[in-house]
Design a protein around this ligand. Sequence first.
Ligand code: BDP
Length: 857
Amino acid sequence: MSLSDENGLRRRSFLIGSGAVLTASMLGAPPAQASPPLPGDYDGSDLWLRYEPVADPGVLARYRAALGAIVVENADRARVHRHTANLSMAPGSTEHLVESTLAAARDELVRGLGGLLGRPVPVAGGCPDRAVVVGTPESSPLVRGLVPARDLTPLGTDGYLIRSLSRGGRRVIVIAGNTDVAALYGTFAFLRRLQAQQPVAELKLSSVPRINHRYLNYWETERLYAGNNATGTGGLDGETGAMFDFTATGASAGLNLPVILDRYLVAARAMASLGLNGLTINNVNANSFYLTPAAIEQEAALADALRPYGIKLAVSINYAAPTDARFAPDTLTREQLDPYSAQFRDWWTRRARQLQAAIPDFLGFTVKANSEGQPGPQDLGYDHGDGANGIAAAVAPLGMRIFWRTFVYNADVDPDRLKRAYLEFGPIDAEPQPDGTTGRFAGNVFLQTKNGPLDYQAREPANPLFGRMEHTNQAIELQITQEYTGQNTMLCYLGPLWEEVLKSDTYATGADGGLLAKRLVGHVVDGTAQGHPDSAIVGVANFGNADNLTGHHFAQANLYAFGRLAWDWTLPARDIAADWVRLTWSNRDFVVRAIVAMMMGSREALVSYQTPLGVAHQFRSSDHYGPNPAERLARDDWSPVYYNKADSTGLGYDRSPTGSGFTAQYFPVLAARYGDLETTPENLLMWFHHVPWDRRMRSGRIFWDELVYRYQTGVHYVSWLRQAWDSLEPHVDARRFAEVKAKLAAHEADAGSWRDTCVGYWQGFSGRAIPTDGPLAIAIVVGGRTIGGFDAGAPSSTVPLAAGASPRITKVVPADPAVRCEVLSQAAGVPGRAVVRVTGKTFFGPILKDYVFDFTR
Ligand code: BDP
């Protein structure tokens, strides 16, 4: 650490000890004493489906006046299929099985209205005044009479409408759709309104999802940060930590599927509340166990329990499953895995038939092939098109689909990992067919593509495949489970990441070379960009058996945000966050503002302290949590050094036309923008360029200095998070408050370790000093001497004082006049310690640094 006088800092002194810090109160919070103490032990297990009594007396009175009865005609008539004769809940369960979708809607209203209104709301027949009426024109004569058919037509199969109507002097609210599941979606949307204390008068709402298939992929225990096998809470002995028990042992063996546990139904209700309609139940590195007859019986029971909620199942498969001895004598040899052979196709048809016999609405298969050691068609000399179409042909007669993943990066294809997927898939999409059409992938194949070209990093440019696969169905795959975004320790709200991706411009062009009118990634995904009739979005889910189901209370927000975006990708992440906070934590406006503020900057902060300015994948290979920029693995493209390319000239991977040429995979506008260091957005700089240490950045600083400040401000945001959360203590229930508080402490320490490890490693190449004139830089005046030049990344600074000099800080002089300074404590003597808190703002939110000064002689 260097010490210098004044150090060129702009002078502005602050009153010592009286400066405010940015707390919830600055976001509009009333004084803490306004709140009654909150009950202490809620564990988060209801997710956002908490129906706490409405606290605002005015709102409560209005709701009670408007909502007097629940009418769901013929709720029990359209029973869904059940395969499992004795389907039952585990002993002691609190959830219950339902047999129809409208029964699920009715029961949710009973639970929801009863909870919110603090008194039971009766289920009634007829059309009483103040009724909430739910149904379809088919299920309900009342709905048929209340809602004109022409108003229902535009809603399709999944859309709903909610209307306040008055008939013969009676006021009712009708929730209707063309299908039972649409009516269920409307019911949840209505309850969400009440949970957020929005008005229920004069309702005239409708909503139609933009994307047809809105699925979760569930990876059992891989990348699971929410189960009792990690650090989690909850779970039962013998469970693996996974959401669904297929193979639990010991005390839990008796609770394996077909037994249904409470959490399965909480998950089902939560999924339905967002409109999610599909679930692949096992990891993409697939275990063929899930295709065995015994497992199919278990899956059928799960499907039975989930079916009323509109959730259909799929299974991930291993391409070489036909060679698996578990299917003997019905096995194939390796040579018979030829995707064009009848044996291969018939084998998959047989498997799909077995599944369909038990699960009539079974969706199909998710496939990871020729990727990370998984077998695939290339093992026999075929390509991804041959393989996907082979299995697709086998299941097409059964109405099933294949979700074939494009996460492939075979090193023989190109030295740059990012180029490989498009080089493999693009030509198949562009291939002229004998019938005059273009593109070889079958109609029931979806390519499932991660949002970015690498692997779920906290920031990536959009995957160039979006827009480039004009002739193929394409699903976007987002990772909800926070493998690279803090796992179950860091508070990282992913809504802004997904919003950024879905709203990023592909600059896709049409056949005439002109820019398409609708060409954001979201338009490509929802089919409107290029006229695709079918559309899909997939989230790799973060469910586990932890009490709060997601491992971190704030990780629930990511599941919630994924579901809301799956329904409508145009929603702002901020609005989704605000809804979630109201449903999950509190309806008090200042609490909502404070928690939303905490969430909204969290992802950009994480980018800043982990991988700022576009340096990618600096994770240690063991767990993808902490940093290891120096790591060099046997596989080049798994190694942090492969991505950072650190050397004495600079940092980053040159993918420009003079580098790997990856930028050429984008449409022309982006190819030009990313190809040039001058026009590449700074937040993606090192994705595309090897950036010289002394390059001048937009801030006016050189790259090295900017880089260091990004790391520091990321950590400073987390320091602010802790302090903001602490200030909410009186307004948040005790158990969850304490659990989040403990996570934030670990978060801050781990963010600091990212900064220190990475900056230290880069410094070995840049050979430059740590800059000290950053956004929270200060000088202190002690004994009439102004001392500055402190490293804002250091935990403490040692300050030698002249013999006899007082250690009292008489003035704090910030470099940026907009920051606030507060002396939290003075040193009692020398040696002694003083602490100065500096609070400011960066482009992604508030930042805070407690400078610790150790005075010595
Ligand atoms: C990587 C994960 C790995 C997955 C892989 C995939 O580390 O567990 O199998 O993605 O998506 O990020 O196939």
